[in-house]
Design a protein around this ligand. Structure first.
Ligand SMILES: C[S@@+](CC[C@H](N)C(=O)[O-])C[C@H]1O[C@@H](n2cnc3c(N)ncnc32)[C@H](O)[C@@H]1O
Length: 288
């Protein structure tokens, strides 16, 4: 699923005297974008080896940080691939997403796999966490849902309320510095696309003729919002040397070379300054 840069468009016209709240309009745009891809989300994208490699890194990190049996909250669960995996590994999961179609896909997956006793799916956005009852041992989020959250400080406060003291946050977040992406688009003369992650504040990113409103972060920028309630356990680059998932065709043509690059990620992705780069970063924090 390749993304494009969009120019900010005019807000939708509403037949009311009250002007629409731009933040609500952006949230609804993002919801529509993900609703529109929910049916095909596990197709070619789900079979993408580069996505699976990053996914496995998050799975194994969660398992290192939290004992099976722990109660987990998934923020932006998509079609429930992670929730189902964690249920199979012995965790209990509340899987949440802002896209109703994605929540339906998660419900279908857990029903079909006989995991409904371990996984509950709920239509709750990351900006609506006040709706949830506290009592989680860990909260994870995979492949960038937190990049769509309009107020990260509010998310941090809600995560602190929802987690027991000592509980863990394990998030994979879209980073700002992705050398592969800059090179890929700059070589094709798409300079605006190459520079999209440099934008400050919210940025419109096209997907399937919809808009995902996205915030990009360096790991330290991201952590700043959580620093009041959480200590930083560590962070690492994901897909820094390895190409990002949308270059999977390149990976398939140069598999041995890319696997070697993947080993560089595993070996050096935790080291400064490399850990500040990559397609995503994986950050682990602990509730004080
Ligand atoms: C790239 S997908 C990742 C899905 C899933 N975590 C995975 O690993 O496959 C991003 C997900 O974030 C969800 N999302 C976007 N904005 C959100 C928000 N404000 N609150 C909760 N989920 C959101 C989307 O609906 C989508 O399912």
């Amino acid at each position: 699923m390749e993304i494009d840069v969009l120019r900010p468009g005019p807000l939708e016209a509403h037949d009311t005297a009250v002007p629409p709240d731009p933040e609500q309009v952006r949230l609804l745009d993002t919801q529509r974008a993900f609703d529109s891809v929910a049916a095909d989300y596990d197709g070619p994208r789900g079979n993408n080896e580069l996505i699976q490699r990053m996914r496995t890194t998050l799975w194994d990190t969660v398992q290192r940080e939290l004992e099976p049996g722990a109660r987990l909250l998934d923020l932006g669960c998509g079609t429930g691939l992670d929730a189902a995996e964690f249920a199979q590994r012995g965790y209990r999961v509340l899987a949440t997403d802002w896209s109703p179609r994605m929540v339906e896909r998660t419900q279908e997956r857990v029903q079909a796999a006989g995991l409904a006793a371990q996984v509950e799916a709920a239509h709750v956005g990351i900006h609506q966490l006040e709706q949830l009852v506290a009592g989680f041992d860990g909260i994870y989020s995979n492949f960038g849902p937190l990049n769509c959250a309009p107020d990260l400080a509010a998310v941090a406060a809600e995560c602190a309320r929802l987690l027991r003291p000592g509980g863990k946050l394990i998030f994979s977040v879209i980073g700002r510095i992705c050398p592969w992406e800059v090179g890929h688009y700059a070589l094709r003369g798409r300079f605006r696309r190459a520079a999209v992650r440099a934008a400050r504040g919210v940025t419109p990113v096209g997907m399937n003729r919809h808009t995902i409103w996205t915030y990009y972060y360096l790991p330290r920028e991201f952590y700043r919002a959580f620093a009041g309630q959480f200590s930083l356990s560590g962070y690492r680059a994901l897909s820094l040397f390895m190409p990002p998932p949308y270059l999977v065709d390149y990976y398939r043509r140069h598999r041995a070379w890319c696997e070697w690059l993947g080993r560089l990620d595993d070996r050096f992705g935790k080291l400064a300054p490399l850990r500040n780069m990559g397609d995503h970063f994986l950050i682990v924090m602990q509730r004080r």
